[in-house]
Write a protein that binds this ligand. Structure first.
Ligand code: DAH
Length: 378
């Protein structure tokens, strides 16, 4: 016991003399660590007789508490002194200019999707979304492309490896079979089916989003963006379609002198089907939508597909084609973004080069608003 008391006195002196946190830590380990003298003393209690122990234990515990308290107090003092010294030595020059901060920008595709939503919102269209991992019933069958339809082959589809049926959650048997085959949606048209099944008619929506095809060259990327449009009501006809697209293009390209041409075409999901062409002019070496064409008149560029929704599609989606009819359209978002903002390389859209984004991106603080209109940008 006498020995412990003198060890304690020596330790307390060393603790109070420690002038760094490291030195203090050394004292702590020497006393309270696993092999520290206090811990070793505590271990001797096990070999003592009960009488001896009841006398020695409180004394050793008291020593332990005293040493631990001294260390804690010293640690606080050392830490406070360290902070004090740091504050005294550091100065902050508030007059220095702040370093340049990198700020992000909005990708032109996101910008154009926002613009689309704004313009179509003014026309009473809601925005709908659907899964990018789709089943072939929604992507093809319900859009009037059954298994043997040649249009399926034209879509360069990314299929997932076949897997077992999911228990046939769906209502119709053809739908249940179709759901076995999963794919990356090749167009936004399956959102038509999902929305009609969910909401019924009447319906008025756009569905912008990513689509995928196994195709890659200067003008095709395996992932690209489309916007789908769908209007179903009683008495909707092609005139509504033409007016809607014309009104959209005028608002989007921010000019009145825009001419549309609907050219007969074929899509399995529309009947009749039309290709949507827009007149363009050459300004220098740039093609711009609208204007007065050249001496020969307009040149036309194709911006999308469209038509009156095929009654088979309405039936697949659970809508009575004798009561309701309507139109649908699909436009390439990347294409119209390139035209509007003068970008000429599609692949650069998805390279993720920050220099390209800094150049073509948009300030997040200048987003279109309903009140200011999409043209109200600095
Ligand atoms: N889904 C078609 C495609 O990706 C585009 C399309 C054409 C959509 C006509 C439509 C439409 O809604 O009516 O090639």
């Amino acid at each position: 016991m006498i020995e412990l008391t003198s060890q304690k006195d020596a330790a307390l002196a060393a603790i109070s003399g420690a002038d760094t946190l490291d030195a203090l830590e050394e004292q702590r380990v020497g006393a309270l660590g696993k092999k520290g003298w206090v811990s070793l003393a505590l271990k001797t209690l096990g070999q003592m007789s009960p009488e001896e122990r009841s006398e020695a234990a409180p004394a050793i515990q008291a020593i332990r508490a005293e040493v631990a308290d001294a260390i804690a107090a010293k640690r606080q003092a050392l830490e406070a002194a360290e902070l004090e010294a740091q504050l005294a030595s550091e100065t902050l020059d508030l007059t220095l200019p702040a370093p340049d901060m990198l700020s992000g920008s909005v990708h032109p595709v996101s910008q154009v999707m926002d613009e689309l939503a704004e313009i179509f919102a003014d026309l009473g269209f809601a925005v709908a979304t659907g899964p990018e991992i789709e089943d072939d019933w929604h992507n093809f069958t319900a859009l009037n492309m059954d298994e043997s339809h040649p249009a399926r082959a034209m879509h360069d589809t990314f299929y997932f490896p076949d897997k077992a049926a999911d228990g046939g959650q769906s209502a119709s048997s053809s739908e249940a079979v179709g759901q076995k085959r999963m794919l990356l949606r090749t167009h936004t048209s399956p959102v038509q089916i999902r929305s009609m099944k969910e909401q019924g008619a009447p319906i008025r929506l756009i569905a912008p989003g990513r689509v995928y095809r196994s195709d890659s060259d200067a003008t095709h990327t395996p992932m690209f963006h489309q916007v789908e449009g769908l209007v179903i009501d009683k008495d909707i006809h092609l005139g509504h379609l033409k007016w809607t697209l014309e009104t959209f293009f005028k608002a989007f390209f921010e000019r009145e002198d825009i001419t549309l041409r609907l050219r007969p075409s074929y899509f399995p999901f529309t009947e009749p089907s039309v290709e949507v062409d827009v007149g363009y002019s050459n300004e220098g070496d740039r093609r711009v939508v609208g204007g007065h064409g050249d001496e020969q008149g307009y040149d036309w560029m194709e911006l999308g597909g469209s038509g009156m929704v095929n009654r088979r599609v309405l039936e697949f989606a659970g809508i009575d084609p004798d009561e309701y009819q309507g139109f649908a359209f699909g436009l390439g978002i990347d294409r119209i973004a390139m035209l509007k903002y003068g970008m000429n390389d599609l692949r650069a859209f998805f390279d993720g080069d920050p220099r390209w984004l800094a150049h073509y991106g948009f300030s997040p603080f200048d987003q279109p608003t309903l009140s200011a209109g999409v043209g109200a940008r600095a």
